[in-house]
Design a protein around this ligand. Structure first.
Ligand SMILES: CC(C)(COP(=O)(O)OP(=O)(O)OC[C@H]1O[C@@H](n2cnc3c(N)ncnc32)[C@H](O)[C@@H]1OP(=O)(O)O)[C@@H](O)C(=O)NCCC(=O)NCCS
Length: 325
């Protein structure tokens, strides 16, 4: 335990801290609130070979959580000495040195882990956080735009022909729910396609994508509290999975998040992604969902082109910053 100020203690996260850290996160990002159930599930199912730890900044007299810091190995591009991190301080308690105290603690932990670098994602609309990171030696390595589609504005008439064209050319569109009922082994096949497609999603230049372990994929994508098997669409060509596009739903909120969209290389340029994404919008419409949210790396021309055509509206960017040791 480390005393950093007379009134603040920085200590390791414990089970009893979930409500406090979720409240801090939600105070900072009220338009994407999380729940204790989701955070706990996330922690319990994260790849076990990975570091995934948290520290809390607590008011010593009241025991209130004022902020926290998280540190993890990136399961999707695992390297034993590369990490992701976040520092969050409740808006009512910012500019009191709590963020710096948490960063000090993280640096000790990073040193213990012999880290060679650490990355963090910062919202473009938070210049003070960007200034904090820059002051501490971080530099930009990647940028992603969030985009949002108002489901009610989607022009189905314009895009449904792409679905019909795809179906007429022998493509079948199915769902994860249907495929696992058909044959339980299909989950392994879908996992393999997910891994193959994920390798093509842009990442920061220093990262090498590593295949996500089947168990973690299963727990996150198939059985997660946010998973929707009926909104995980797959395109089948000649009996092979050729592409996929899936949505997931957080516990709170009237929107759906876009998960992975990908088409295997031999099948690209045949409007499969377009057809799959039309199915996702149809799903959202049929379930009374107001909005779909997605994130795309700013140079991912094919994906951005599709999203722009669909009517997704660009939001401020999330910037990945990295510090090397
Ligand atoms: C993005 C991706 C899914 C597109 O799949 P696809 O089936 O080839 O896409 P479509 O055939 O439906 O393309 C639809 C439109 O996208 C645009 N597009 C597709 N490929 C493009 C390219 N290489 N450059 C620019 N625009 C492109 C075009 O506007 C095209 O419409 P048009 O053919 O009528 O002009 C595919 O490139 C992919 O799997 N990429 C890797 C995974 C990834 O990055 N996913 C996004 C992050 S989750």
């Amino acid at each position: 335990m480390q005393q950093l100020k007379t009134d603040i203690t920085i200590r390791k996260f414990e089970e009893r801290d979930y409500a406090g850290v979720v409240a801090v996160g939600n105070a900072i990002f009220p338009d994407r609130p999380g729940t204790v159930e989701e955070w706990r599930y996330d922690d319990e199912h994260y790849d076990k070979k990975c570091v995934n730890e948290r520290y809390v900044a607590e008011d010593r007299s009241s025991g209130t959580t004022l902020g926290y810091a998280g540190l993890w190995h990136m399961a999707w591009s695992f390297h034993p000495r590369k990490f992701g991190m976040e520092i969050r301080v409740h808006p009512d308690h910012q500019r009191n040195g709590i963020g710096s105290a948490l960063w000090l603690r993280l640096q000790e932990v990073l040193r213990d882990h012999q880290a060679i670098d650490v990355k963090t994602q910062i919202w473009e609309k938070m210049p003070s956080v960007i200034a904090f990171a820059t002051r501490h030696g971080f530099h930009e390595v990647m940028r992603a735009w969030e985009s949002r589609l108002e489901v009610g504005t989607f022009d189905f008439k314009r895009f449904i022909p792409h679905v019909h064209q795809a179906l007429a050319s022998g493509v079948t569109i199915t769902t994860l729910t249907a495929e696992r009922v058909r044959d339980a082994q299909n989950l392994k096949r879908i996992h393999a396609v997910d891994v193959e497609l994920s390798a093509d999603v842009p990442r920061p230049p220093d990262e090498t994508r590593t295949p996500i372990d089947f168990n973690m994929w299963h727990d996150y994508t198939v059985e997660g509290p946010w998973s929707i098997g009926d909104a995980y669409f797959l395109a089948v060509v000649d009996g092979e999975y050729a592409g996929l596009s899936n949505l997931f739903k957080l516990k709170t909120g009237d929107w759906l998040n876009q998960g992975l969209t990908g088409v295997r290389r031999p099948y690209r340029g045949r409007h499969l992604a377009t057809a799959l994404k039309v199915k996702t919008v149809e799903y959202a419409r049929d379930h009374g969902i107001r909005e779909i949210r997605t994130f795309n790396e700013i140079n991912n021309a094919p994906m951005l082109a599709i999203n722009v055509k669909f009517g997704f509206v660009r939001q401020p960017a999330w910037i990945t910053f990295m510090k090397e040791f």
